[in-house]
Design a protein around this ligand. Structure first.
Ligand code: F6P
Length: 546
């Protein structure tokens, strides 16, 4: 079966096969205007795509691919609230969460922007009441700490953004994130908490996630043991779409903040799931973060593709992952505030686009690569060896704010120098002749030069993108997150996959349900593959159980 994109894909493959087509340094020599041509910007936020093997023909072919995939049509359908999440028959309307009240954003027959605005106003009032001490704990004390219980999108986004917004200045309330069902987590956190001054948020879109339900029950026991049952109504807050389950848990309607199923878990930090961000950073910062994301929403809809940041970032990723077959992607934010950004992106990118079947039922090839990262410069002292000299080519996104949120400008210059130097080293490399000359200059004997010099060679020509912006204030953070959200949606549309479902996480959940009874002492073993049965038996034996 042929598809309208076949010719565009084939053309890209042929461009990648050109002799010396991937020589990035040669592209710089051939085109003095390259940097300007391959830098796209929205206000102070710029993407420098020049350190990739994208030349004018590749760029044109990528843009043709976007047209052939009807990217404009997809974006129109996305923002019109169409059921782009076809396998779950849902819209993906997280953009409504950051839009003004009167924005014309519908999800099916629902006025998504108005619904989001209503809940946002309730959240703002709640945050103000907690901050000014109107809302107090069961013992009448003001809150000092917030425990956010949630996993996946109900944890990673809020945790990432809270760190980003509060690391430099300190939070208004200390927020602790509990995600894993490993009971060590709550034991460790609760040691540091006073139950009489802790507000507990249960963040779960479905309110059925086993890890969150288990942790919420444990937190409930911890709280009621100290303060009695009355503490639930005063100190538990629910952030969910499943109001019935929230009510059954005993959380009051006043302390329940809802959203709809057109908000995917990994896109939910803008929703009530982001309440912990607002409690930690303050409402004004939370709102500014939403405003930054809204600016990116406007941009992705209106900018021509060649000047459209999410589209250009997406196309660069497709060139690397699909056409050139680079199966890993590294994200290095030179910013401790973004320490959890790679973890957030892992869910955003890999849960969204880790798919191998297109919506039309045909196989997809080389979709989402493995995403990983750490803050720079720390990464330079761990895995960057492999990125510079390993056998795989791993494109890197460097992320940097020109102005930090501290008053040590020299330290920030050192940080920035490392970011720029890393991308320069990846591009330019270091030739054998250079290494040999340097070693000779240092008086190293010739036999030793012959032995060691090849190990000090860097091939260069390794691609990277640099994302530079003025600062990482809340507006800029929101804009950056939305840049990646739209990049992911654009890539999904071009790959022809559904970026908004996550069926791949279901089988493991179902099998865990089947394994759990077998771990009970004395339970007769049920049928599993031989390895799993043996592991269950060995686990029980190691615990002295049968
Ligand atoms: O298991 C994956 C997942 O469904 C994610 O998509 C989601 O963010 C996470 O679990 C948590 O789900 P919930 O918010 O419903 O508890």
């Amino acid at each position: 079966m042929t598809s309208p994109t076949d010719a565009a894909w084939d053309h890209l493959v042929s461009l990648a096969a050109r002799p010396s087509g991937l020589d990035i340094r040669a592209l710089f020599s051939a085109d003095p205007g390259r940097v300007a041509r391959l830098t796209v910007a929205l206000d102070d936020l710029s993407l420098d795509l020049s350190k990739t093997a994208i030349d004018a023909s590749v760029l044109q072919a990528l843009l043709t691919l976007a047209e052939a995939a009807d990217l404009s049509g997809f974006l129109s359908r996305l923002f019109a609230g169409a059921l782009v999440n076809a396998t779950e028959s849902r819209a993906a309307m997280h953009m409504a969460l950051r839009a003004p009240e009167n924005a014309a954003l519908m999800a099916g027959s629902e006025n998504a922007a108005a619904i989001a605005h209503h809940e946002r106003a309730r959240m703002a009032a709640f945050v103000a009441a907690v901050h000014d001490g109107t809302l107090r704990s069961a013992t009448g004390e003001t809150f000092t700490d917030v425990l956010n219980i949630g996993i996946g999108g109900s944890d990673l986004g809020p945790l990432m953004a809270t760190n980003a917004l509060t690391l430099a200045r300190g939070p208004q309330l200390a927020v602790h994130y509990l995600s894993n069902v490993d009971a060590t987590g709550l034991a460790a956190i609760s040691r540091r908490l006073n139950p009489a001054r802790t507000l507990v948020l249960v963040a779960s879109k479905t309110f059925t996630t086993q890890e969150t339900a288990t942790n919420a029950a444990a937190a409930r026991a911890w709280l009621t043991q100290a303060l009695g049952e009355a503490a639930i109504a005063r100190q538990f807050v629910a952030l969910s779409t499943n109001i019935r389950a929230v009510t059954a848990f005993g959380i009051t309607p006043e302390q329940t903040f809802g959203f709809r199923d057109w908000v995917g878990g990994r896109f939910s930090l803008w929703s009530p799931v982001g309440l912990s961000i607002a409690l930690a950073a303050g409402w004004a910062d939370f709102q500014a973060m939403l405003d930054g994301a809204a600016a990116m929403d406007a941009h992705v809809q209106t900018a021509p593709f060649a000047e459209n940041l999410p589209v250009m970032l997406a196309l660069t990723g497709i060139w690397h992952a699909t056409i050139l077959g680079y199966r890993a992607h590294c994200v290095l934010a030179y910013d401790d505030r973004l320490a959890r950004f790679p973890a957030f992106l892992q869910q955003l990118e890999m849960e969204s686009n880790g798919k191998s079947l297109r919506l039309d039922g045909t196989p997809a090839h080389n979709t989402c690569p493995v995403v990983f990262g750490e803050p720079g410069t720390n990464a330079q002292h761990s895995f960057m060896q492999l990125v510079h000299q390993g056998t795989s080519i791993i494109p890197v996104d460097f992320i940097l704010a020109a102005n930090p949120d501290h008053d040590r400008p020299e330290a920030h210059r050192i940080l920035a120098a490392h970011a720029f130097a890393q991308s320069e080293a990846l591009l330019c490399g270091r030739a054998l002749s250079e290494v040999e000359a340097e070693m000779r200059e240092a008086g190293v004997p010739e036999p030793r030069i012959a032995e060691v010099a090849p190990h000090r060679v860097f091939t260069g020509n390794r691609p990277s993108v640099t994302i530079l912006q003025r600062d990482l204030r809340p507006y800029a953070l929101g804009r950056l997150i939305a840049l990646y959200e739209h990049k992911v949606a654009v890539q999904g549309a071009i790959w022809g996959i559904n970026s908004f479902d996550q069926w791949g996480v279901e089988l493991g959940k179902a099998l865990a349900g089947a394994v759990l009874p077998d771990l009970t002492p004395g339970a007769p073993p049920s049928a599993h593959d031989a390895s799993t049965s043996a592991l269950i038996a060995r686990f029980k034996a190691l615990r002295g159980e049968t």
